[in-house]
Design a protein around this ligand. Structure first.
Ligand SMILES: *[C@@H]1O[C@H](CO)[C@@H](O)[C@H](O)[C@H]1NC(C)=O
Ligand SMILES: *[C@@H]1O[C@H](CO)[C@@H](O)[C@H](O)[C@H]1NC(C)=O
Ligand SMILES: *[C@@H]1O[C@H](CO)[C@@H](O)[C@H](O)[C@H]1NC(C)=O
Ligand SMILES: *[C@@H]1O[C@H](CO)[C@@H](O)[C@H](O)[C@H]1NC(C)=O
Ligand SMILES: *[C@@H]1O[C@H](CO)[C@@H](O)[C@H](O)[C@H]1NC(C)=O
Ligand SMILES: *[C@@H]1O[C@H](CO)[C@@H](O)[C@H](O)[C@H]1NC(C)=O
Ligand SMILES: *[C@@H]1O[C@H](CO)[C@@H](O)[C@H](O)[C@H]1NC(C)=O
Ligand SMILES: *[C@@H]1O[C@H](CO)[C@@H](O)[C@H](O)[C@H]1NC(C)=O
Length: 502
């Protein structure tokens, strides 16, 4: 393909890149529903709102799900399953009807921004249908004037590449040329992203002798050098993304942005899948979120925006295959969390990361439990910042260092911890009716400094109902804990009553 053809597109996309950079990279979440025990879509939408999730990918256009996200402000990526590709590819009228009957009634209350037409088609031998179906969907959108608001693309597995290492040698598998050529032209012409599902987990699982776990988990202290470019890679995710950039560049499609439509790590697996643990899953996803939110880009494209969807919201019990397949979720179907994860990437919630966490010597912090209900968190936060808790909550006010991320869970975490530290760091001072949980990792981030027992910023505790003890003493008085717990929960509900009665 001639370079000339893409000249104007290139210039236009440069501008687009600049605009995109201002928006910043985003984190979304995949809401798969291949299970028979999931909460209703309304509850799932509520759960995502509670965690301040702003971007969600679904795999179809289920009406109940579309309705559940109405007026939530959450941006939705919807999907056309591979099994429907033939219908969409065959007749324009089918795409028109689908749009009119299944999408338009819910738009724009439900904020749909992407339609994925087929998923990982190269894995499912449906490549020949994808581009014709995409074209029909685009035409249908154009007829109703939505083609600029709703982008059309399709997702890929990394299997579209025949080479991914070193990244600079990244190349598409030539067997897919007849599929990819019209596809890439479509994406460039419509400024749609190249969507890819990236799973360092599989690379590690299938080749543990060649891939270090740390490298897959963004925890590596050593670097892998690309001999052709001299670029240094500290994690596999970046290397895989760059392999795609180089593959696109090799075909002269430099302007197409990449979007990661799935990435994650399972928390449980079969006996052979030793890396599928909650710890590794938490580490991978926490590091991934941080990496993305910091707009780090990749070695080949530093600072480049990259939107990523984490797979997946729930464990899905009907997925076939190895045990890990059913354990990608951040949440159990009962909506309790499999492990703590802070979607904001700012780490106010039980963050674990590689190098940058100050691990402590027996120091503990108290944060809000992801399992706590919104109402419990709200009451506890109000109580802690009110006369009952007597915590200085100025840091979580707008424009103060702990205001962002502006989520209930983050604000509650800050307030809980202050209360906890001011009250001798005793277990009971982190109870909050079950909404508090102790952690041994410092939750501080950026300029938001969480108090520690020794920290200077100790406030008056005159009006708390709990005797203030030194932390060393607190650890010795566990015997009286049960009595305290009773006392505190009574006090706690009393205080809630007062606060709510205002
Ligand atoms: C892919 O599908 C085509 C047409 O349906 C069929 O002829 C071909 O054998 C399939 N290839 C594989 C590898 O399944
Ligand atoms: C390219 O794709 C074909 C068809 O799926 C496959 O048989 C072949 O192994 C792939 N080549 C490489 C290098 O991955
Ligand atoms: C490890 O890498 C070597 C050299 O690249 C390759 O020959 C070998 O097949 C790889 N092993 C696995 C398990 O992938
Ligand atoms: C949430 O609840 C589940 C099940 O009750 C428990 O296993 C898990 O540890 C809890 N997570 C947190 C962060 O408290
Ligand atoms: C993380 O650690 C690196 C190296 O120690 C340092 O340069 C960087 O500023 C740290 N980042 C944060 C957010 O603390
Ligand atoms: C932990 O304890 C060691 C030795 O007592 C000390 O050198 C180190 O600074 C402490 N680290 C922190 C984070 O308090
Ligand atoms: C507390 O902070 C003040 C001023 O910031 C300082 O003068 C004092 O020494 C500190 N006290 C302790 C115990 O760190
Ligand atoms: C705490 O008690 C001291 C002495 O009893 C008093 O001077 C101070 O004003 C009290 N502070 C608050 C916030 O009540």
């Amino acid at each position: 393909m001639g370079g000339g053809r893409f000249g104007p597109v290139f210039a236009a996309s440069l501008l687009l890149v600049i605009i995109d950079l201002c928006k910043g990279s985003t984190i979304g979440i995949c809401y798969g529903r291949n299970a028979d025990d999931l909460p209703t879509p309304d509850k799932a939408a509520e759960l995502m709102k509670q965690h301040n999730v702003k971007y969600v990918r679904i795999y179809d256009a289920n009406i109940q799900v579309l309705k559940a996200f109405a007026n939530t402000g959450i941006e939705l990526m919807i999907g056309i399953p591979n099994s429907d590709l033939l219908t969409f590819a065959q007749f324009q009228a089918n795409a028109d009807t689908w749009l009119r009957n299944n999408i338009l009634p819910y738009y724009p209350a439900t904020k749909i921004t992407f339609i994925t037409v087929g998923a990982e088609a190269t894995e499912f031998n449906s490549t020949s249908l994808v581009v014709p179906a995409m074209q029909n969907v685009l035409i249908a959108l154009r007829k109703v004037g939505l083609h600029k608001k709703i982008k059309v693309s399709t997702t890929h597995s990394l299997g579209v590449l025949s080479r991914s290492f070193p990244p600079s040698a990244g190349a598409f598998n030539s067997s897919y040329a007849s599929f990819l050529k019209p596809l890439l032209i479509f994406l460039a012409d419509n400024r749609s992203p190249f969507m890819v599902d990236i799973y360092p987990y599989y690379a590690y699982r299938d080749s543990p002798s060649n891939v270090s776990l740390d490298y897959a988990l963004f925890e590596s202290s050593s670097e892998v050098i690309d001999p052709n470019t001299g670029l240094l890679y500290t994690n596999m995710f970046d290397a895989q993304i760059d392999a795609l950039y180089f593959a696109l560049t090799a075909l002269n499609f430099r302007t197409i942005n990449i979007m990661v439509t799935e990435s994650g790590w399972p928390s449980k697996g079969s006996a052979k899948e030793t890396a599928a643990t909650p710890d590794n899953a938490q580490t991978y996803n926490t590091n991934l979120i941080r990496h993305v939110i910091n707009n780090a880009g990749t070695p080949a494209k530093p600072g480049q925006e990259l939107d990523v969807y984490i797979f997946s919201l729930f464990n899905e019990n009907r997925k076939p295959g190895l045990e890990s397949e059913r354990n990608w979720g951040l949440f159990y179907p009962d909506q309790t969390s499999v492990y703590n994860l802070d979607f904001s990437g700012h780490g106010s919630v039980n963050v674990i990361t590689g190098a940058n966490i100050t691990s402590s010597n027996g120091t503990t912090w108290c944060i809000a439990s992801l399992n706590a209900s919104e109402i419990d968190l709200k009451s506890a936060l109000d109580w802690a910042c009110g006369p009952g808790g007597n915590v200085d909550c100025s840091a979580i006010q707008p424009s103060q260092p702990c205001y962002e991320p502006d989520t209930l869970i983050s604000h509650a975490s800050y307030a809980f911890n202050s209360y906890y530290q001011q009250n001798g760091a005793s277990d009971v001072a982190c109870s909050f009716g079950g909404a508090g949980v102790k952690v041994d990792k410092n939750p501080s981030y950026d300029k938001c400094i969480y108090m520690t027992a020794g920290s200077n910023k100790t406030l008056s505790t005159n009006t708390t109902g709990i005797p203030s003890t030194s932390s060393s003493l607190a650890r010795k008085v566990h015997i009286s804990l049960s009595m305290w717990t009773v006392g505190v929960s009574v006090l706690f509900s009393l205080a809630n009553g007062i606060v709510q009665g205002w």
